[in-house]
Ligand binder design. Structure first.
Ligand code: FPP
Ligand code: MG
Length: 274
């Protein structure tokens, strides 16, 4: 409400853009997470609270996702992985599943037609998960989004749709076995080798996992990546996903920077003692 009133002022957008860049510059003076995972939870509770249709709650979730990702890429994040649809979500009400599919189709059609954001930040879109479960028309649009952004090299957006970690790990194992079918050498199958066969295998390791709506479960999301030598920071926000603002994400990134600096200093002072 306040934002739409403010946005009528001349120069509002330019000022907002400048403020965003200023914050991004400040944040980049400290450690910036290279890879962030998002469990975007709370769309339905948001719809209920606002007394709007459920599909509008998911739509608001998409709007929020676009704004938050923009800030992340502006701050220098290289990879973002968003949990847009779990394989388990196919068990939800048929109408809701259909709305989510329609939302993906409509929004990714927009991205394909005028992908300014992907161009501005050089974002390559990757759809990760069991794509064979998607309706053909949705799959075509998502494949097209991947195709037109595949030459972009500055940043990556992994859209987990439909995804679970168990599926990702099973898929990695299948690929490993099929690659090694003639020369199966068990010694060659190391943790690093398995990691390279995950969808995120060629990307910076996960540094930060953000989940909204006051829920602390991992919900079968990035389970391998989150266990990286105990170094992944977790941020559990009480806010519902559509309520999360770019200011919230700036604050989360600032906190991350302090925590990492403290962690790095502690580790290096312990090494001196050794
Ligand atoms: C979880 O909230 C959210 C989802 C299952 C869908 C996430 C999708 C978006 C944020 C939109 C982005 C979409 C695409 C296609 C990229 P919930 O439905 O579990 O809500 P609740 O926790 O309040 O029940
Ligand atoms: Mg939920």
């Amino acid at each position: 409400m306040t934002e739409s009133w403010l946005s009528t002022f001349p120069g509002y957008l330019a000022t907002l853009e400048a403020v965003k860049r200023l914050f991004a510059n400040i944040i980049q003076t400290g450690p910036v997470p290279q890879h962030i995972g998002f469990v975007m939870d709370g769309n339905r509770r948001f719809a209920k609270r606002e007394n709007i249709e459920l599909k509008e709650g998911h739509n608001a979730g998409f709007e929020s996702m676009a704004k938050i990702l923009e800030i992340c890429y502006e701050c220098g994040v290289k990879s973002a992985t968003v949990f847009a649809f779990s394989i388990e979500n196919f068990k939800r009400n048929k109408m809701e599943v259909m709305w989510l599919m329609e939302l993906a189709k409509a929004r990714f059609t927009q991205i394909v037609q005028n992908g300014e954001l992907c161009e501005k930040y050089g974002i390559q879109i990757r759809i990760i998960g069991d794509k064979s479960m998607l309706p053909k028309d949705v799959l075509e649009v998502l494949n097209e989004a991947e195709r037109i952004t595949k030459e972009n090299t500055r940043a990556i957006l992994n859209v987990a749709f439909p995804y679970t970690s168990r599926y990702e790990m099973t898929n990695a194992l299948k690929n490993i076995v099929s690659e090694n079918v003639d020369t199966l050498d068990l010694e060659a199958i190391t943790e690093k080798y398995v990691e390279e066969h995950l969808y995120t295998g060629d990307q910076p390791p996960l540094d930060l996992l953000i989940r909204t709506s006051g829920v602390g479960r991992l919900s079968d999301f990035m389970l391998w990546q989150v266990s990286k030598k105990g170094e992944v920071e977790m941020e559990l926000s009480e806010k519902l996903w559509p309520d999360l603002t770019p200011w919230d994400i700036c604050w989360i990134l600032i906190k991350y920077s302090f925590k990492r600096s403290y962690h790095n200093n502690t580790v290096s002072s312990l090494k001196k003692v050794d």
